[in-house]
Ligand binder design. Structure first.
Ligand code: C2E
Ligand code: CA
Ligand code: CA
Ligand code: CA
Length: 279
């Protein structure tokens, strides 16, 4: 028992070292990723549930590394949050997304809003407001062209500070959404005063529609709650027709997921707009 205990320990510490080394390597590579142009935005379409018109995109960051391959955001965004690099990455995402709105508007004469994900760091930042304002002016964006998504858990970490920041953004005309709704612990009293327009129902609930009655009940309850607070609901992670039908029947407002469109680089995402214009 003693020796197997030690083996376990060695195995565990070996794993720890490997994870720590990997992280160090990622951090080092991250330092030059932006200058080397390794970051890229993908765009995933969002559709109105009732008639499937294209209503906007969500921008999702991708890191294409020459030897590590495609590094998923959940592998490097949390590290960037910890070491502060998120502040540069966040600014880059904001800039790129607004530039894309501007370019599509010019190309298609079609205003299509883009949502970006805000990090905890950005939400706390005292310069966020002026940065958003500057970039919106630079690309001549109007009200409704830009949406910011804040995860429920980040919003609830310091709800009072968050409400202040969101209020100022809302006054500027930015659309606001609570992301991953249902996975954090928002109290109803805070939800009531959060100055957001939209709730994004987490994909873990959408995932089990048709299989787990509890999740179906949660979806319906979340939709009703949002509507009674005057908010729209986006269902994320819609992968099957069955999920789509269920969500439409239960009055969900907006659908997003692989069934309707996967995140794609700008050149491919353009096709979603062309299809919308044709329809
Ligand atoms: P999120 O904001 O909840 O984004 C939705 C995630 O679900 C994306 O993963 C998207 O590709 C994926 N997804 C969309 N439709 C489906 C579907 O039908 N089925 C399944 N299984 N997945 C679907 P992704 O792109 O890997 O991003 C993961 C998370 O990383 C995001 O979750 C967001 O929290 C974060 N993230 C991504 N881009 C950024 C960014 O620019 N800034 C910040 N701060 N965070 C970002
Ligand atoms: Ca999101
Ligand atoms: Ca989400
Ligand atoms: Ca479940």
């Amino acid at each position: 028992a003693k020796s197997s205990g030690r083996n376990n320990f060695q195995f565990y510490s070996g794993e720890m070292n490997r994870a720590a080394l990997e992280r160090l390597h990622l951090e080092k590579e991250m330092r030059s990723a932006q200058d080397l142009g390794q970051y890229q935005l993908y765009f995933q379409p969002k559709y109105s549930a009732k008639d499937l018109t294209l209503i906007g995109f969500e921008a999702l960051i991708r890191w294409r590394h020459p030897t590590l391959g495609m590094v998923p955001p959940l592998s490097f965004i949390p590290i960037a949050e910890e070491n502060g690099m998120i502040s540069q990455i966040g600014l880059w995402v904001l800039e790129e997304a607004c530039k894309q709105v501007y370019e599509w508007k010019k190309t298609f004469n079609y205003a299509i809003p883009i949502a970006i994900n805000l990090s905890a760091y950005q939400l706390r930042s005292t310069t966020l407001l002026s940065e958003v304002n500057a970039v919106m002016q630079r690309y001549e964006l109007s009200v409704n062209d830009l949406e910011l998504e804040i995860t429920e858990s980040v919003a609830m970490r310091d709800p009072n500070a968050c409400i202040g920041q969101l209020n100022a953004l809302r006054i500027m005309g930015v659309q606001l959404a609570i992301d991953d709704f249902g996975t954090g612990y928002s109290s109803l009293s805070y939800l009531k005063v959060m100055p957001v327009h939209t709730l994004k129902l987490d994909k873990s609930f959408v995932n089990d529609i048709g299989q787990d009655q509890n999740d179906e009940v949660i979806c319906i309850a979340a939709i009703n709650l949002a509507h009674s607070l005057g908010l729209k609901v986006v269902a994320e992670g819609v992968e099957t027709v069955e999920q789509q039908t269920f969500l439409v029947e239960n009055d969900c407002d907006i659908l997003q997921g692989y069934l309707l469109g996967k995140p794609a680089p700008s050149e491919e995402a353009k096709q979603f707009i062309l299809d919308a214009i044709k329809a």
